[in-house]
Ligand binder design. Structure first.
Ligand code: ARG
Length: 568
């Protein structure tokens, strides 16, 4: 629709010039165009209200005068309605401009060069090692990866970093637990679950004997001092955790350019802390080093504990500086739960006070918190749902449905995984990211309505039609049915939806767009026979439309981390 908007803006500018001798900015006019709430009114609407004052005339009069002076092949109808000018896109334009543009650009349709020459670093997923990978991490993992894919589609060079939480008191706790109650073979055989058991045990025991917490801090301090025994244990825990995370990433089709956990920055922190000291930012508070943020209405940012060990913000600051120096990013995006809003606001402010003039290139993208049964997720109490279990259940459900509906499907296992995991991902991305979620298994595994399986099924439907059709060669007809036109109108919106999703850091724009395409296509499919229509020309045109839907759906689904099996 962007092109349509540009064309409409050009026409309006000419009209305003001719009738009122008024000069206008094309971009501004294009930006003023709206989508009317009711499609019967038109496809684009231009509000004339802001001209009332300058032209000393009533908006409906202006709309009527300008509309009357306009004509173009792009629009089949340009008519005033109250203070608006409504534009209806012509079938000719939909066929000759929209359809051909999808065909010519293929999988590049919707992409842009907005980011050419620019680098974006994306920090996402980043679970805390020795804790399980649970539904609380689904948001950062899929939103982060989706933002990476969107930025790549818009021409940016993207670098994804998994900032593993592998350096903190929790690792000290793990070491205490292992040294006291652990067994190497047991952990080897149980993987992450074995580590989690130890973590839970630690907390149970620390309830009774709080001195265990001091012990954990001491073990972490030894880690910071590079004690070989602790470092060896820590490395092993990390390997065990990573092995398991990677299985989940593989199911999601996600890879990272770098795994650089917080530990990686431990030797890069002192230089930053020195800068804070030199600038007089650090203050002692009960032995800990803090940056006072009271003038900015925030609680103090904790940099070092009283025993001199580093804290989370210090590691983030060191990491940001390292990334700037190493990748020279234009933007560094952090995707975390909104529970960390304050943390990011605080350390961004500290960096500003340290004199880094590129802080505004750091972008925190928060998403809503996830709870279960209204309660916060907590590894310690077992109030978590592990992603691997959720995926397994979803895949099992899909397998059951497939066995019943399509028992002869080739490649059943891979398809069940694509649909089962896709269902969970889609369900998550369909909502605005900032919305808090109260997780229930029923809604995660409900495949009714606007869901991943519905979208993947629609895609598979286009594949099967195209496969049956073979080569499309006949001379083709003009666009006549409303449902044909409606499909192309939705396809015309893809490029601007991609830009909107990037601007708002909002994958749900694409998930919702996918459903719009599916709805329009399925309406078309029901109203307009494709393979069985008699007229060869009409059949060819409908097949071209089907192929275009297939192209756009594939691109849009891939942008939201969904796979596209051709048969379901
Ligand atoms: N490990 C953190 C957590 O699980 C998330 C890290 C996000 N990235 C960052 N640079 N702080 O809560």
């Amino acid at each position: 629709m962007q092109n349509c908007k540009k064309i409409a803006a050009g026409l309006i500018a000419d009209g305003l010039k001719k009738i009122y001798d008024l000069d206008s900015e094309l971009d501004e006019l294009a930006g003023m165009l709206e989508y009317p709430p009711d499609e019967n009114m038109g496809d684009l609407a231009f509000p004339c209200f802001k001209y009332a004052k300058i032209l000393r005339n009533a908006p409906p009069k202006i709309a009527a005068a300008v509309a009357e002076s306009l004509s173009s092949d792009t629009f089949s109808d340009i008519a005033p309605a109250g203070g608006y000018i409504n534009f209806k896109i012509s079938n000719q334009y939909l066929k000759n401009a929209v359809l051909t543009s999808v065909e010519e650009k293929g999988e590049k349709y919707g992409s842009s060069e907005m980011g050419t020459g620019k680098t974006v670093v994306l920090d996402y997923s980043s679970p805390n090692t020795s804790k399980p990978f649970h539904i609380g991490h689904l948001g950062t993992t899929v939103i982060g990866h989706c933002l990476k894919l969107l930025h790549e589609f818009a021409g940016y060079k993207c670098i994804s970093v998994n900032h593993l939480g592998d350096w903190g008191t929790q690792n000290g706790k793990q070491i205490v637990a292992f040294k006291r109650w652990g067994d190497k073979e047991y952990v080897e055989s149980k993987g992450c679950d074995g580590l989690v058991e130890l973590y839970v045990k630690f907390h149970e025991e620390a309830e009774k004997d709080p001195s265990l917490n001091d012990e954990a801090r001491a073990e972490f301090k030894k880690m910071e001092e590079r004690d070989p025994e602790n470092i060896a244990l820590w490395k092993w825990f990390l390997d065990v955790s990573l092995k398991e995370y990677e299985m989940t990433y593989k199911q999601l089709g996600i890879t990272f350019d770098y795994y650089l956990g917080e530990s990686f920055y431990s030797d890069k922190m002192p230089a930053q802390i020195q800068i804070m000291r030199d600038k007089g930012l650090l203050k002692l508070d009960a032995g800990a080093s803090i940056v006072d943020l009271e003038p900015y209405n925030m609680p103090p940012c904790l940099i070092l504990k009283s025993d001199g060990t580093s804290l989370y913000p210090a590691r983030d600051i060191a990491a940001a500086v390292y990334r700037k120096n190493t990748y020279n990013f234009d933007k560094c995006i952090y995707v975390t739960s909104s529970g960390q809003n304050l943390h990011f606001a605080q350390w961004f402010k500290v960096m500003e006070l340290m004199g880094y003039d590129w802080v505004d290139q750091l972008v925190h993208v928060p998403y809503g918190t996830v709870s279960i049964g209204g309660a916060k997720l907590a590894t310690r109490t077992g109030n978590v749902v592990l992603l691997k279990d959720l995926f397994r259940q979803s895949i099992e459900k899909v397998t059951e449905i497939m066995e019943e509906k399509n028992p002869d499907l080739p490649d059943k296992e891979a398809t069940a995984e694509a649909v089962g995991v896709g269902a969970i991902v889609f369900n998550y991305l369909y909502n605005s990211r900032i919305k808090d979620i109260n997780f229930t298994m029923e809604s995660a595994l409900s495949f009714e309505g606007s869901t991943g399986p519905y979208a993947q099924y629609t895609y598979a439907r286009t594949c099967s039609i195209l496969e049956k059709a073979g080569e499309i060669k006949a001379e083709e007809a003009e666009l006549t049915a409303q449902e044909e036109a409606d499909v192309l109108k939705v396809l015309a919106k893809f490029p601007e939806r991609v830009l909107q999703a990037i601007e708002e850091y909002e994958p749900c724009v694409i998930a919702r767009y996918v459903i719009d395409v599916c709805t329009a296509f399925n309406r078309f499919y029901r109203a307009c026979p494709i393979l069985s229509v008699e007229d060869e020309g009409t059949k060819a045109l409908r097949l071209r439309i089907t192929k275009a839907v297939n192209t756009v759906l594939a691109s849009a689904l891939h942008l939201i981390c969904m796979r596209t099996p051709e048969k379901i």
